[in-house]
Design a protein around this ligand. Structure first.
Ligand SMILES: *Cc1c(COP(=O)(O)O)cnc(C)c1O
Length: 400
């Protein structure tokens, strides 16, 4: 292919998406979704819901378009949404935010993460500590920023980091410790010890903490604890979330970053020139969602937990070793008991063998670290119950 110069190669290489001859490689998500489409297999690969969220939220968006909410909203987001975000942080976590200064609406959590990493790092001497496996955008964005990714491994069965390994990853070169909790892809919810250690290391090495809390309402057993609420964390923490996962509106891309005004201003300085603004008619709709009664939020977690269990039953019956998740859309299993030695090959064969599509965990790790995850596979449970029941029945037949 043509040799197109530029930073795109860093991003693609960072995410493991560039072949040796410089050609872009499609993501495993695209490959597996195409495989699902070709074979008619049930797609438990990519994590998006197959039904709509609450009707009242959808109604507000429809009405907003009809009412002419179709031009650029303010740069920081519609004030009523910023107020709703502040109220939500106070209602669930006791965090007090000034909607004028401490809240920024973004094009999904993804833009908030990208803008934060670009804002807080400046070249190859700056390091970003992440837990591995990680959401694929992290490695690509850190690479695009020209900074260095420093992964700390999470291992089965509980996927909590080893605190000594965490301590040795953080240094005075660390600009950002990036924490995704509840965690995609493993479904882990980090222990209080882990969160405390992150805060203490950030202090010791004068690093910032950036959190990705898009699954904040999808923790099954214990209420979510934002790191920003830990003693000493607030002034160095940028908290990121999004309406996509909570309200089953992943296509709307309404996210937000909250924290001390100077951190939010730094992110705004970058975000302003990425998208400027987005999703005007969706912003009042997400404000409505954030103001739904507590029962909605608990109900969402309970419904997803029941779906996790439907999927888990099928995965157990199939003979996988199942690492029961404490939150998120996802369940990770070890396919080694079924004879797998290479999760990617196993996933390529699964539509044929069982009519189900899943994602190998190696898609979420740095290329040199794949062997530790060689037989692990991620399944998504964010589908209609009857779809999961059918998938579970098909998977159970694998052991026959
Ligand atoms: C889905 C997801 C995102 C993306 O959120 P958007 O609001 O759609 O940009 C970010 N982080 C994690 C861990 C996710 O799973």
């Amino acid at each position: 292919m043509r040799d197109i110069p530029g930073a795109w190669k860093r991003a693609a290489r960072g995410a493991g998406l560039l072949s040796d001859d410089g050609a872009p490689i499609p993501t495993i998500f695209a490959e597996m979704s195409a495989l699902a489409a070709d074979t008619g297999a049930i797609n438990l690969g990519q994590g998006f819901p197959d039904e709509d969220g609450p009707e009242e939220i959808l109604q507000v968006a429809r009405r907003a378009i009809a009412d002419g909410v179709n031009q650029y909203p303010p740069g920081r987001g519609i004030l009523d949404l910023r107020q709703a975000i502040a109220d939500h942080q106070h209602r669930f976590y006791g965090i007090s935010l000034d909607p004028e200064r401490d809240v920024l609406v973004t094009a999904g959590a993804t833009e908030a993460l990208a803008a934060a990493l670009l804002a807080f790092t400046d070249g190859p001497d700056d390091e970003v500590v992440v837990f591995e496996p990680y959401y694929d955008a992290y490695a690509a964005t850190v690479a695009l920023a020209g900074a260095r990714l420093v992964p700390v491994p999470l291992r089965a069965p509980d996927f909590q980091p080893d605190l000594d390994e965490l301590r040795s990853a953080v240094s005075d070169r660390t600009r950002v410790i990036l924490v995704n909790d509840p965690h995609n892809p493993t479904g882990a919810v980090f222990s209080r010890d882990v969160l405390d250690e992150v805060v203490s290391l950030a202090h010791r090495h004068d690093a910032l903490i950036v959190t990705d809390e898009v699954y904040e309402h999808l923790a099954f057993d214990t209420p979510h604890t934002p790191i920003a609420t830990l003693p000493g964390a607030w002034e160095r923490t940028l908290t990121i979330s999004s309406g996509g996962k909570t309200f089953s509106t992943t296509g709307w891309k309404i996210g937000w970053a909250t924290g001390p005004a100077d951190l939010v201003d730094a992110v705004l300085a970058v975000k302003q020139f990425l998208t400027y603004v987005n999703g005007a008619p969706f912003q009042p709709a997400i404000a409505t969602g954030l103001r739904l009664p507590d029962a909605f939020f608990h109900g969402t977690a309970d419904t997803l937990k029941a779906k996790r269990d439907v999927l888990g039953t099928g995965l157990h019956a199939a003979g996988f070793e199942v690492f029961e998740p404490a939150g998120t859309y996802f369940t990770v299993v070890d396919a080694a008991p079924l004879g797998a030695t290479d999760a990617a090959a196993f996933c390529r064969s699964l539509p044929e063998r069982a009519g189900v599509v899943a994602i190998p965990l190696t898609a979420f790790v740095t290329s040199g670290h794949r062997s530790a995850y060689a037989t692990l596979v991620r399944f998504a449970a964010c589908k209609r119950t009857e779809v999961l029941e059918e998938a579970a029945a098909r998977l159970a037949a694998l052991s026959a």
